[in-house]
Design a protein around this ligand. Structure first.
Ligand SMILES: [Zn+2]
Length: 579
């Protein structure tokens, strides 16, 4: 559902070029497109209204983002084995990140002159095939080899979208956290396990939307609580179970009985909490400390429309998973002091730029990939600290302005101006990217659209025996003695486990075993990808549905699908019931 804010007027109804669905352009949209249209040699090159619906525009950007599919391949510069998001069969040159960020090569060596006889995107694709790409997008990371889209992290493993954090494993979207495992979207948390959408939370497990809380388990929407289990919507409470107040000794006694030894017991406990939560009320949308905001999981934002999972935004539309961004439309994962972006993906600290994929610290870029610390560039790949470049060729300011104007004129004739890079030029198969999570499609459907598909993705070369994890007590020297515990831990570390759901082989690492033993958490029996999927499945999708408030019967918009059992209420009713 694409709803229009009441302070905007529809000026045009368009049909999406891919889905055929109608979508609307408003007066505010026209103002935005006018504002971000670039100027070259004193002439404004207007960005026309989109030809794709907001949903298809999002899908197109997401198809350029492989977050978590890692492969072994050789660095094309040194020949050394490395981990990469590009599988070995991909035709690109891929360099290890140390080499890629060094001065051992120059992106300008791959520069070409623009050919006005050929379409822009075909020429851009030739450049994609010649300019080296970086194996992983991780900056300033220490001892954190298997991580992607990470910045300033330490001693972490299999993390995505993680910044300013240390000792993080198997998690996504983590900011300023320490010692957390299997979490998704957490900020300033420590010692958390299987937590989602939590902020300033400490020593907690299986918590969802819990802020400023500690030592809690299996809880939903707690604020400023401590020592709570199986609780929902509590504020400033301690020693509660199933929302009932107990004394400290009663609580501690019951807490001790919750000894989960293995995953069979864990599944039962999860079901108990799931059934309890289903009887609870839920807010139709999660919007905190925001003004004129419309979407889900929005906080500290103003004038944010049709946006999801955002923090600190102003005047934005169709933006997703961003942090501190203003005056922008159609972005995905743009973080930190971003401004005036349109159709950008993973562009951190990037301003006044459109149609860019992956880059840090840029301004005034158009149609670039993997460019960093650069300004005023057009159709470039892999630049660092460069200005006035076109197709990786350097020009004077005057030449740059004149040539870009001519190329835009050419792109208008070929219907390429104002469009993000087409799907078929994504370096990844659709099923390797985040697009697959949000818009799943089968192989035949993807191929029928002439988009890429990675066909041998699921094959595993392991055909040996598998290890069955023991009860967690068996790894705890306090319970079974040092020698036996050590023997069991060594076995666990040396063997391969089989995912109970996908049958994919996986391993556990020492860093996580220590946490499981200390917190009495059973050894996982699912592959990290399956655990991520299960967390993802707990979240509402980015689809807005019309519904009725369970209390006042007024019309509401929600991301809860109609089949969900929770009592969905409007903001006013939620406040009346909870506070
Ligand atoms: Zn209501």
């Amino acid at each position: 559902m694409s709803l229009i804010p009441k302070w905007e007027n529809i000026v045009e109804t368009k049909k999406c070029r891919i889905s055929g669905q109608d979508f609307f352009v408003t007066d505010k949209d026209l103002e935005f497109y006018e504002k971000i249209s670039p100027i070259f040699s004193w002439k404004k090159y207007t960005i026309p209204t989109p030809t794709l619906s907001p949903e298809e525009r999002q899908r197109r950007r997401l198809a350029f983002r492989n977050e978590r599919k890692f492969y072994y391949r050789k660095c094309d510069k040194t020949g050394n084995q490395m981990i990469s998001i590009y599988s070995p069969d991909k035709q690109y040159l891929v360099y290890d990140q140390k080499v890629w960020w060094s001065d051992d090569w120059s992106p300008l060596d791959y520069g070409v002159k623009f050919d006005f006889e050929k379409p822009f995107f075909d020429q851009f694709h030739s450049l994609q095939l010649s300019v080296p790409r970086v194996n992983l997008f991780a900056k300033n990371c220490e001892n954190s080899e298997f991580t992607n889209h990470t910045d300033h992290i330490k001693n972490s493993y299999l993390c995505i979208d993680t910044a300013d954090s240390e000792n993080i494993c198997y998690s996504k979207w983590v900011i300023s956290c320490k010692n957390c495992i299997d979490c998704y979207q957490i900020e300033k948390c420590q010692f958390c396990y299987e937590c989602q959408f939590c902020k300033n939370t400490y020593g907690s497990s299986f918590c969802f939307l819990c802020d400023d809380s500690s030592e809690s388990l299996f809880s939903y929407r707690l604020q400023n609580c401590k020592n709570c289990m199986f609780c929902t919507h509590l504020r400033g409470k301690q020693y509660c179970i199933f929302n009932e107040q107990l004394t400290k000794s009663e609580y501690e006694k019951k807490r001790k009985t919750l000894e989960i030894q293995n995953n069979k017991q864990m599944r039962k406990i999860k079901d108990i909490f799931h059934n309890f939560k289903e009887k609870s009320i839920v807010e139709h949308l999660i919007i905190d400390q925001s003004e004129n905001a419309f979407g889900d999981f929005i906080s500290h934002s103003k004038n944010a429309f049709n946006c999801f999972e955002i923090l600190g935004w102003e005047n934005v539309k169709y933006c997703f998973e961003d942090l501190a961004i203003k005056d922008s439309y159609d972005t995905y994962e743009s973080w930190f002091e971003c401004e005036q972006q349109y159709e950008c993906h993973a562009s951190n600290r990037v301003k006044f730029s459109s149609f860019c994929s992956l880059g840090y610290d840029n301004s005034f870029l158009l149609y670039t990939e993997l460019c960093n610390n650069s300004n005023h560039c057009f159709g470039c790949i892999g630049l660092r600290k460069k200005e006035h470049c076109i197709f990786n060729t350097s020009y004077s300011t005057k030449e740059y302005e004149s040539l870009v104007g001519k190329i835009i004129g050419h792109m208008k004739n070929t219907d390429e101006w104002w469009e993000f890079f087409p799907h078929k030029f994504s370096p990844f198969g659709y099923n390797e990217t985040v697009a697959e999570e949000y818009f799943p499609m089968v192989e035949e459907e993807v191929k029928s659209k002439w988009w890429n598909w990675k066909s041998d993705e699921e094959t595993s070369s392991y055909h040996g025996a598998y290890y069955e994890p023991l009860n967690i007590d068996q790894y705890d020297e306090k319970i079974v003695g040092y020698e036996k515990a050590q023997k069991n831990i060594d076995e666990l570390l040396g063997w391969i486990l089989k995912c109970e759901v996908t049958l994919k082989p996986f391993k556990v690492i020492k860093q996580e075993i220590i946490v499981y033993i200390e917190n009495h958490i059973p050894i996982p029996t699912n592959h990290p990808d399956q655990r991520h999927k299960e967390r993802w499945d707990q979240r509402n999708h980015r689809t807005l549905n019309e519904w009725i408030c369970s209390e006042c019967r007024e019309k509401i918009i929600t991301t809860y699908p109609p089949e969900r059992k929770e009592k969905i209420v409007c903001e006013d009713c939620y406040k009346k019931l909870i506070y």
